[in-house]
Write a protein that binds this ligand. Structure first.
Ligand code: PLP
Length: 361
């Protein structure tokens, strides 16, 4: 059967493993986030890396309160622009002359900005922009404590911003600071306290830029764990949350106001007593935050996940029965699949390609 032939069939008709998305839960999540940002100066820039699906990105934009899409990679931005998205922020460094040329070409069709944190990268982006006759918007990335990318706050940030502003072909798009080391702090009060601290560091850079006569159109950061902390801070313009749309069994513990929309439908292919083995493993589920859970079966416990198998204890099951596994990391799970099946009331309602699955460049 081709993909469309499954539409209007019961969920059980799908062959497994299959990435399935509960339509009601997805709609709840999109609505909740859009409503949160509707009355605030800060807006949402949903992160594409969480699902890599253009149909879903368009739904996030249509849900409201969103100014554009965030992504992690140049090749994701190419997929988004080909899919009709006109405002993209690559919240990452696009390094090397070949990629700089591709970024410049993309800016002929849409606004595609990127983050930078080095003079080498500023020079190559500037050169590519000039050669292509375009202007590339660039955000200076500040390390606000995560110790990943970004320059240090203070003189280094100011110097980088000045360099961008003075480089022909580039325009200073503002500042990016991602508090990724804080988004998963279990205690909300502690998460709030430390996020406010980290973001004040970022806002101090905005003030320093403005005092130096540099425009800072956008300050961008934030994730699902901090959307209602970072999103409240005056001077932060965009929150780059992505996981909220589909959620996973790890993030839902921190953010119970959202619902788990994502799971992987799988079939029990072997069973003995209270041990059952499902037909999906590491190649179909992102397990970087731990073991998945079996939806609707609190008594079942995943013992381990192998390449193509998940071994479950406490689940007496018939061979051929289907179960749904909720992975601990939605973002790495979506990257492993080619399509997501949209399910409502147990029926396949639609199928959306995951166009940027495997887009790592
Ligand atoms: C730069 C950046 N912004 C935002 C996010 C937020 O993502 P999430 O919604 O999964 O917390 C991430 C996640 O890794 C990120 O790397």
């Amino acid at each position: 059967m081709n993909r469309e032939e499954y539409i209007r069939k019961p969920l059980e008709a799908l062959t497994t493993p299959a990435l399935v998305v509960a339509a009601d839960a997805l709609e709840h999540n999109l609505r909740l986030m859009a409503e949160y940002f509707a009355s605030r100066p800060c807006k949402l820039r949903p992160h594409f890396k969480s699902h890599k699906c253009v149909s879903l990105a368009h739904r996030q934009l249509r849900a409201g309160s969103a100014v554009g899409i965030t992504c992690a990679k140049l090749s994701e931005a190419e997929v988004l622009v080909a899919g009709g998205v006109k405002d993209v922020l690559i919240a990452n460094q696009v390094v090397g002359p070949a990629k700089a040329r591709r970024l410049a070409q993309l800016n002929r069709q849409a606004s595609v900005r990127s983050a930078v944190d080095s003079s080498v990268n500023v020079a190559e982006l500037g050169q590519a922009a000039q050669e292509a006759g375009v202007s590339i918007g660039v955000l200076a990335e500040v390390d606000i404590g995560m110790r990943r990318c970004g320059v240090q706050p203070g003189a280094d940030t100011l110097a980088l911003a000045k360099l961008v502003a003075e480089t022909p072909g580039l325009r200073l798009g503002g500042l990016q600071g991602y508090e990724g080391h804080l988004v998963m702090i279990p205690d909300l009060a502690e998460r709030r306290r430390r996020t406010l601290q980290a973001m004040q560091l970022l806002l101090a850079q905005r003030r320093a830029l403005e005092e130096a006569g540099l425009a800072c159109p956008i300050v961008s950061g934030g994730g699902t764990g901090t959307y209602d902390i970072t999103g409240e801070i005056e001077g932060v313009d965009e929150v780059q949350a992505g996981s909220y749309a589909l959620m996973d069994c790890h993030y839902i513990r921190l953010r119970p106001e959202f619902q788990n929309a994502l799971s992987v439908l799988s079939t029990i292919i072997s069973a003995a007593g209270a041990r059952a083995v499902a037909d999906v493993g590491l190649k179909g589920m992102g397990n970087d935050f731990g073991l998945p859970v079996v939806a609707g079966h609190a008594e079942a416990k995943v013992r381990y996940v192998a390449e193509e198998h998940t071994v479950i204890d406490g689940l007496a099951s018939a061979i051929g029965r289907q179960i749904r596994l909720i992975p601990t990391h939605g973002c790495t799970t979506c990257n492993l699949h080619r399509q997501m099946w949209i399910i409502r009331n147990g029926i396949v309602e639609d199928v959306w390609p995951i166009e940027a699955s495997g887009c790592l460049e």
